[in-house]
Design a protein around this ligand. Structure first.
Ligand SMILES: [Zn+2]
Length: 475
């Protein structure tokens, strides 16, 4: 007995795109078969996907939900939580996201996870996971706890090499502690997820620009610059090389120097993977000069059009593997409340339009294959983050997380049509395909503009990084 057949679509499978039917039983995919080969008679429901693209649900490996950001007046901005952002993600075809659990203030890794669960359990309509986010001055016992956390299904560790802003402390981890962490990751099978910027260069540039009176946020690319990415990527990759078995995922690569450093490390056979953000691929520092130019910004910063071209080349040459959002969902008022290089709100709004926007930019405008597009918005994140083939694949036994895209859809992205917040950095962007049905583990969550999800539908995903990923052979 099947619960659902999605019939006649162009199905993006691990083996390529096939015209066929996807059968769902319970929460998983039962079969993928030739059109009409499955018996619809004993099936509870059939969705006709003729002329549509049937793909694994999107995976966003980098979001910040219910996250506290301090506004310029010192008051906290708490960003939208998993219920609001998850609903928007589902409208946009994304079914899984990975956030962060803040491991600080002397708490244990276990306490950090339990504290974060309070923000998510019963509140997320999407499936989710956390990267453990290490903060400065980790106690000596952190390495034992890290090994236990990896073993318990929390195998990714976020590390900052910078405090990002002069007013902030507590993020940056010194290289001695990173060295210790890498030894644990390598031994226990964890993955480092890295925000790498050269703190000396960044803080020097803050001081210099403030001294020169050039404090407007349109100068952010001078502060968080290409040299900083070059030096910091190479330093951390060199450290990883010195601890054999260390696997790294470089978050939000923004510059050509970062792409080159990853390519060089991969050329040596190191297990290093790259992520960029949809805004870094499509906007550059000149967009800061547009009205409300802060809406295009997230840290590190937008860079030049040459950097943008290098990032695109990275997506085509297996140097950049994932396109994330760095989601930080807030109102336009809060996103634009800071307007200086040292107080502009980071993060971005984009989980909902990510799949549609990237389809336009990759498939419609750059002739990427459907398979490569799906790799970059879903499958590769699953493979790298230890979720594959449960997530990121339309294959028998995989979770029935499915997005059905209508490639005949035309129009423009409008914040008013989205379910995220009151602005979108993608306002006016051309649409060449859009998700019309989203299914999470067999449950239809969105169909024809109607929402059927609930905040209790999502589940935490315990993960284990695959040996292939750890060896650098996964991608
Ligand atoms: Zn982030």
């Amino acid at each position: 007995m099947l619960d659902l057949i999605i019939g006649g679509g162009d199905v993006v499978t691990p083996q390529g795109v096939v015209r066929g039917d996807v059968a769902v039983a319970g929460e998983t995919i039962a079969a993928i078969a030739a059109p009409g080969a499955l018996s619809a008679e004993s099936t509870a429901r059939v969705i006709d996907a003729t002329g549509h693209i049937v793909m694994p649900g999107g995976i966003d490996p980098h979001v910040h939900l219910h996250h506290v950001w301090i506004k310029p007046d010192g008051t906290p901005l708490v960003t939208a939580g998993p219920e609001q952002v998850g609903r928007a993600a589902l409208f946009g075809g994304t079914t899984t996201f990975i956030d962060f659990a803040y491991w600080r203030d002397g708490a244990s890794a276990r306490q950090a996870i339990e504290a974060r669960d309070k923000d998510f359990v019963g509140k997320s309509p999407c499936d989710w996971a956390y990267h453990l986010m290490l903060h400065s001055e980790p106690p000596p016992e952190f390495s034992g706890q890290l090994a236990e956390a990896i073993e318990a299904g929390y195998p990714t560790l976020k590390i900052f090499t910078t405090n990002i802003l002069p007013s902030r402390s507590g993020r940056m981890i010194d290289f001695g502690d990173i060295w210790e962490a890498f030894q644990v990751l390598a031994k226990a099978g964890g993955l480092g997820v890295i925000h790498a910027e050269d703190n000396d260069i960044v803080m020097h540039m803050y001081a210099k620009l403030i001294r020169e009176g050039r404090v407007g946020f349109e100068h952010l690319a001078e502060v968080h610059n290409q040299l900083s990415e070059d030096l910091s990527f190479r330093r951390i990759l060199r450290l990883a090389e010195s601890v054999p078995g260390t696997a790294l995922y470089m978050m939000h690569v923004s510059a050509g120097t970062g792409v080159a450093a990853i390519a060089e490390a991969r050329g040596k056979g190191l297990p290093v993977y790259g992520e960029t953000l949809h805004q870094y691929l499509n906007y550059s520092a000149s967009d800061y000069k547009r009205p409300n130019g802060q809406i295009y910004h997230t840290y590190p910063s937008l860079k030049s059009q040459d950097d943008q071209q290098a990032l695109w080349a990275g997506t085509a040459s297996d140097t950049i593997h994932c396109i994330a959002t760095d989601e930080l969902c807030c109102t336009l008022k809060d996103k634009t409340v800071g307007n200086r290089i040292d107080d502009t709100t980071g993060g971005n709004s984009g989980v909902e339009p990510r799949l549609g926007v990237m389809y336009t930019e990759m498939v419609a405008r750059r002739a990427y294959s459907l398979s490569r597009y799906v790799d970059l918005v879903s499958t590769n994140a699953a493979k790298i983050m230890g979720l594959y083939p449960r997530k990121g694949a339309l294959a028998p036994g995989s979770d029935a997380d499915i997005a059905i895209l209508d490639p005949a859809r035309r129009g423009k992205v409008r914040a008013a049509d989205l379910h995220e917040t009151d602005y979108t950095p993608w306002e006016g962007h051309d649409i060449f395909a859009w998700p019309v049905v989203t299914i999470l583990r067999g449950k239809v969550m969105v169909e024809s503009g109607r929402y059927f999800g609930s905040a209790s539908d999502g589940r935490y995903l315990k993960r284990k990084i695959s040996q292939k990923t750890l060896r650098g052979a996964a991608l």
